[in-house]
Design a binder for this molecule. Structure first.
Ligand SMILES: Cc1cc2nc3c(=O)[nH]c(=O)nc-3n(C[C@H](O)[C@H](O)[C@H](O)COP(=O)(O)OP(=O)(O)OC[C@H]3O[C@@H](n4cnc5c(N)ncnc54)[C@H](O)[C@@H]3O)c2cc1C
Ligand code: FES
Length: 508
């Protein structure tokens, strides 16, 4: 006989709870074997699925803002009335449940039919939208266009062989061998046909004719557009050193790159990671999980110091060393000859595979060819419009006016790319929606997540709350007394609150 499973924690919400049972704005309970979250927003009570649709973050530990709730892990935001994933990285809605009051008790009934999202639907919309790029920004744009009931044609051209995937996973669980293949696609293959999105893979766009309003795909095919979204992302910098073109020397951007590293790692004993960047160190952690000996070679003295400061840099280094990573800092690889890598300091290292993680460059060739204004990225205005009417840009290529840091910035963050794709989609439909999200990224090293909100290229003070070494901290990067960014480890609620404060600072 099958063992009976205990229902999830918390009260049975079908039996009702009293308002006094709430300790804050949320109360976690269950309906049958499903976790359900009761949320009080003003005088109303809502019941929603308790787990985020991104990676199942516990929304009960999140933040209620107006009639929405934000996820503690990667700051997705859900509309409490409709369940809509109003802000990426979550893209799928939460189920919402019927709530009734019986006397002074609050009772949860059935799951409601999924309500429609509340945003404006597309009324006067262009007939043909073309998206160049099948990554974070391109996918989020296409999905949002259909969510807003845009009925025209969407053609998505990607020079990748794989449909849009959860790229951050490629340096984390999937590379470590702890995530199955079916976690990777952002949507199943059938989604595109069902949603009427013509996804053309292996389609390299070689030119944009802005006057004729079409793009040219390798092979000569011209694809006409009324609105064009350029979301070509970035590509890894390759090292200009002898031997960098050997098959066991990898960069990591695509699913194919990741599979190639996994193939090289199988049966391998030792790996070199060149670069102590986020991707390099995440790859180092993943390769340690595969039991490889891992050497990290990087020119800086402290990993991640430029972005996170010295305290966090020392912590990240110590964390990787605890897990057996061997650092060669203040050094670089000058040549790779078969399995032997020669260091600038004169030593050599033997390795079966090499992963190069020395940064990325925005893919600007198309933008340049089309004559778009460039400034170390594609220049866009607050509506993500480029200098040529009808062409928007989003994601790693876009440099936009960030109202929080008061600068024109370009970042390489998954969540920013997705949110820009979504905003660009609304603007292609004729709405005037400024992109004003506070930048957010996360990085994961073993069991330690680092969350970062805001943008601080320079600071004059880092105020540390808590204890970095104890993995319980929040760091405020300040300039002239103003908080520009906040990094945290296991201080998720405070990170959400900091994000909200940054949003409100701009609104005021
Ligand atoms: C391994 C890895 C891990 C990461 N982890 C994190 C993380 O933990 N947190 C975080 O915030 N960020 C992370 N990032 C960064 C994040 O993935 C990027 O910021 C994000 O993918 C950018 O989205 P995008 O749409 O601009 O570009 P991409 O996602 O790179 O998509 C670009 C698309 O354009 C296509 N393309 C390019 N040129 C052409 C052309 N000429 N014709 C047709 N198609 C073209 C490409 O094939 C691709 O489909 C990670 C990146 C990598 C590589
Ligand atoms: S788990 Fe909720 S945003 Fe990632």
């Amino acid at each position: 006989m099958a063992e009976e499973q205990a229902p999830p924690a918390g009260p049975d919400l079908t039996q009702g709870v009293a308002p006094g049972d709430f300790t804050g704005e949320m109360l976690l309970g269950h309906v049958g074997d499903e976790e359900v979250l009761l949320v009080r927003a003003g005088s109303e009570i809502f019941a929603i699925d308790a787990r985020c649709t991104h990676y199942h973050g516990p929304l009960a530990d999140g933040l209620v803002v107006g009639d929405s709730v934000r996820c503690p892990w990667h700051h997705a935001c859900f509309d409490l009335r409709t369940g809509e994933a109003a802000r990426a990285p979550a893209l799928s809605p939460l189920a919402v449940w019927q709530v009734e009051r019986e006397g002074d008790r609050i009772v949860v009934r059935n799951k409601r039919e999924q309500p429609k999202p509340r945003g404006k639907v597309a009324t006067e919309a262009p007939g043909r939208i073309v998206i160049v790029g099948g990554g974070a920004a391109g996918f989020a744009a296409a999905e949002m266009l259909r969510r807003r009931e845009y009925r025209g044609s969407i053609v998505m051209l990607s020079n990748d062989a794989a449909p849009p995937v959860d790229r951050p996973n490629l340096s984390k669980d999937y590379l470590a061998g702890s995530a199955p293949e079916d976690w990777l696609p952002l949507r199943p293959d059938s989604f595109y046909a069902e949603a009427g999105i013509e996804l053309r893979l292996d389609s390299n766009v070689t030119a944009i004719d802005a006057r004729a309003r079409h793009v040219v795909v390798a092979g000569g095919d011209a694809v006409p557009y009324d609105r064009l979204l350029l979301a070509t992302g970035a590509e890894p910098v390759r090292l200009p050193i002898p031997g960098a073109d050997q098959p066991h020397v990898h960069t990591l951007r695509t699913l194919a790159d990741c599979r190639a590293i996994i193939a090289s790692a199988s049966g391998a004993r030792r790996a070199i990671v060149i670069g102590a960047s986020f991707i390099g160190l995440e790859a180092a952690a993943a390769l340690r999980a595969r039991d490889l000996e891992v050497h990290v070679v990087a020119p800086e003295q402290r990993p991640m110091e430029r972005v996170l400061g010295p305290g966090m840099g020392d912590f990240v280094r110590a964390l990787h060393e605890e897990h057996g990573v061997i650092f060669h800092l203040g050094d670089t690889v000058v040549a790779i000859d078969g399995k032997r890598a020669t260091l600038k300091s004169g030593g050599t290292l033997e390795a079966d595979l090499v992963v190069v993680g020395v940064g990325v460059r925005p893919r600007l060739a198309l933008a340049e060819q089309a004559g778009l204004a460039l400034d170390r990225g594609v220049v866009v205005n607050a509506y993500l419009e480029t200098s040529i009417p009808g062409i928007h840009a989003a994601g790693d290529i876009a440099r936009w006016p960030d109202p929080h840091s008061h600068g024109n910035i370009r970042v390489e963050h998954w969540v920013v790319a997705e949110r820009q794709g979504q905003t660009a989609a609304l603007n292609m439909l004729g709405q005037r929606e400024a992109f004003d999200a506070v930048p957010f990224f996360w990085s994961q090293h073993y069991d330690v997540p680092i969350n970062y909100v805001g943008h601080a290229e320079q600071w004059d003070e880092i105020a540390v709350d808590g204890d970095i070494a104890a993995k319980d901290c929040l760091l405020r990067y300040k300039r002239g007394g103003r908080v520009l960014a906040v990094a945290s480890i296991y201080r998720d609620l405070a990170s959400l609150q900091a994000e909200l404060a940054m949003e409100q600072e701009v609104v005021r």
